[in-house]
Design a binder for this molecule. Structure first.
Ligand code: MN
Length: 328
């Protein structure tokens, strides 16, 4: 076991009334990891709760949040110590930062590339698949048993941050932890459905409309889908229901750039999501238009008329495809 893990566990064992805080708009790793640590601390006799400004999003409704996760205003105690989990900067805590007084000892466990949290001790490893992988180590060092509830939380943490173990960040360590979660009795089929496949009827209908209008061009290398306000209305769907639709474009065989154009409400303009496969960087492609993100996943909002916005982004995509010359 690495020294930092032992150090964090020793720091926790020496304290009580511990708040496990995580970033606002929490994802599966943030909530799974922080609830798991709070439960493990309680299992070894500590008073501990997880704390987040925001509650769990609907798709994480399998997490045991009741009695375990609180917004900062409702924490059952004034914490003696705070440990930040999966939170790369203090301003990402939102209102939970209020738990930190100048004299409050602060530790952190994180896997972000750049962590700007003035914590000691700190267990920070950007090679870890998820904060949950590191929390698994801390829980072992605390001597808390990995029971079914902990297994559920840790599985949610590592499976969501790795895209169900399909992203490059997936490590042997997180798979070993997953094996132990299975031994603790995890219902893999039901969990994977809830985390990765379940969608509301409205979201399913919106996806259908988007796919129905999917257009391929540039010899099948470019895919475009459009979602207009009328589509939302027809499906009873909300803006958040467009999430993930663009992946159906990039997953079509032969596609190198996939675009999703979403008409925003009122004068909000048009929001684009872009994905790429191969050597094209969609972040670089959208940069001249004011967009940003990562090489393989980027976004942009244009405050112009819908068709003009689509033309501008399609032009940028065609240029990016020309520059990589397809027929090599
Ligand atoms: Mn994470």
């Amino acid at each position: 076991m690495r020294a930092e893990t032992t150090e964090v566990a020793g720091w926790l064992k020496a304290r009580d009334r511990i708040a496990v805080v995580t970033h606002l708009h929490p994802d599966g790793d943030a909530l799974g990891s922080s609830i798991a640590l709070a439960l493990a601390l309680r299992a070894i006799g500590k008073r501990a709760f997880a704390c987040c400004q925001d509650g769990a999003p609907d798709f994480l409704d399998m997490l045991p949040t009741g009695g375990n996760l609180f917004p900062p205003e409702d924490m059952p105690f004034e914490p003696e110590a705070v440990i930040a989990v999966d939170c790369a900067a203090l301003n990402r805590l939102g209102r939970a930062a209020a738990l930190l007084r100048p004299e409050t000892p602060l530790a952190c466990v994180d896997h972000h590339l750049a962590v700007d949290v003035p914590a000691s001790p700190a267990l920070v490893d950007p090679r870890a698949a998820a904060a949950g992988e590191l929390i698994g180590e801390v829980i072992d060092a605390l001597g808390a048993p990995l029971d079914g509830t902990l297994a559920l939380c840790l599985y949610v943490a590592v499976s969501t941050d790795t895209g169900n173990f399909s992203f490059d960040c997936t490590t042997p360590g997180c798979l070993r932890l997953t094996a132990r979660c299975l031994e603790a009795g995890l219902d893999l089929n039901e969990l994977n459905y809830a985390l990765f496949r379940r969608r509301t009827a409205a979201r399913t209908k919106l996806l259908g409309r988007a796919l129905n209008g999917l257009e391929f061009s540039e010899g099948g290398r470019l895919a475009l889908m459009r979602v207009r306000r009328a589509d939302f209305a027809a499906c009873g769907a909300a803006d958040a229901d467009t999430e993930g639709i663009v992946n159906f474009g990039i997953d079509a065989a032969g596609v190198e750039i996939a675009l999703l154009a979403v008409e925003l409400e009122g004068a909000g303009g048009v929001k684009f999501s872009a994905r790429s496969r191969g050597e094209i960087s969609v972040a670089a492609m959208l940069a001249p238009l004011g967009g940003g993100g990562h090489a393989k996943a980027a976004g942009l909002t244009l405050r112009t008329d819908f068709d003009a916005a689509v033309d501008a982004v399609m032009d940028a995509a065609r240029k990016a495809l020309d520059n990589t010359g397809g027929d090599k």
